[in-house]
Write a protein of this length. Sequence first.
Length: 118
Amino acid sequence: MLIVDDHASFRSLARRLLVADGFDVVGEAGDAADAFDAVRSLAPDVVLLDIRLPDLDGFGVAEVLAGDDGVYGAPTVVLVSSRARDDYGRRVDASPARGFIAKDDLCGDALRRVLGDP
């Protein structure tokens, strides 16, 4: 898993939570440009992606990652935000992302539910 968020403190917390819940976190990125580089070099199966990034929002990143399997390998994207899902209207459903988790609700069980793992 790759964790993409512009706040290092959230990346660190998410890494600790998810590793403790059995997930393999292969890297972190603080913006879209670094995320694209990390996806190319690390080939994560899952990208935990903050919606609000400084250079391109998470919806745009998800579109790019979904749009070119040859370059990015089409990892599964899960959007996260400190805001509620309803704040984004239909954009979450229209996104190629697998789903959405509010940052306050992030845990291994929530991620497994979104990913469809038992």
